[in-house]
Design a protein around this ligand. Sequence first.
Ligand SMILES: Nc1nc2c(ncn2[C@@H]2O[C@H](COP(=O)(O)OP(=O)(O)O)[C@@H](O)[C@H]2O)c(=O)[nH]1
Ligand SMILES: [Mg+2]
Length: 388
Amino acid sequence: MISTGINALDEMLGGGIPGGDKVLYSMEPGVNGQFFMISTLSAALKKGLTCLVILPNTTVDAFRHDAISMHVDKKTLCSDKLVLIDVIDRERIQKGASSKEAKARDWKARTQKICRDRRIDVIFVYFDLLYEEFGLETALCILESARENRRTTLILEHLNLEGEPLVDRFIREHAFDLVLTIRASSHPLPPFSYFTLLHTSWAPIPVRSIPFSVQEGRVIPYIPKIVVIGPEKSGKSTFISHTSVTGHPPAIAGDPDDKTAPGSMDFGRLRWKDFDITLYGIPGQTEFDPHILPTLRHAMGVVIVIDANNPGVLPRANYLAGLVAKQRIPFVIAANTKRRQHVMTEKEIRSALALPREIPLYFISATEIEDVHRVLESLVDYITRISS
Ligand SMILES: Nc1nc2c(ncn2[C@@H]2O[C@H](COP(=O)(O)OP(=O)(O)O)[C@@H](O)[C@H]2O)c(=O)[nH]1
Ligand SMILES: [Mg+2]
């Protein structure tokens, strides 16, 4: 497995990119997507893999300079396992060969020789110029011929000016194993970038889209807003205050000593598996009901917390679940058992809330970080699966 250099993405891929695969990082114009390729390169070099980087449009120095500005450390870039073909090599090929066919042959011969002599594990290609010059068939044929016994992994980055049909050709005509598109959206405002895991050949991984930001050269997927709601005293404030392990305490609104002060909004932030997640808790009292819809705006997911020992709250929980479902926001149910016992069964709760089978329901204790994380994991999984 080759790490993408982005934990959350590796996790979604089931560990990373299987060796020998063909990968496309496809960027839409205007999006800041170069970090995907550079993080994967940096991770591969750190793992001790021998990498060939083909950059026909820039010099080695300019590339190093750019990579350093993207927080790749100098030592990694000076590794003797890094081999580069740059614009100077390209110019030599241009001068030395008269026809397009001769140029393609020269490209093939050079890459093949390097791959054989240096036993290259991964080829990274900035693909645009090759595509422009030779077209998809020939450009990919040049790269394919360098992959000895198909054991060499091939990773391409391109700027897609042609939209989905081009990406489709990589998948259908050229059997790419992993295609990740990197796009930007201005809806809802403010604009954000997101990546979509569009295609994986080795496992039935669902298509999913995730917003990301770049912090100090690292791609950080984020879930900008998860809302926690539920009847009074169900454990919402307790849930939010237990999202984070010691050392990364969430910010809690209200009195810091009384984390369960009723009647105040809760706020929590956590970094979990490389995801940045922000949680907003709405108090359960009915006087807060007018705030529910405005708080749900732009929420990517909702956790409905109910007290698993108090059947009296079911009508209220049912009302809240109905509100959320009507907004078509993915939600999960956390039935808080507090002391690990519950008088209501899953069946009873499901039937009282008219929950379809695909809505996850977990019995939890809101004071157990593992339980809280299990709920968030399931919600993140659910959100990223259906948002594409
Ligand atoms: N022992 C235990 N107490 C809990 C648990 N969850 C909530 N509580 C308690 O139940 C009460 C209500 O919880 P709170 O988080 O304030 O509920 P909220 O009104 O939904 O925000 C508080 O006294 C909590 O300390 C739990 O998992 N274990
Ligand atoms: Mg509360």
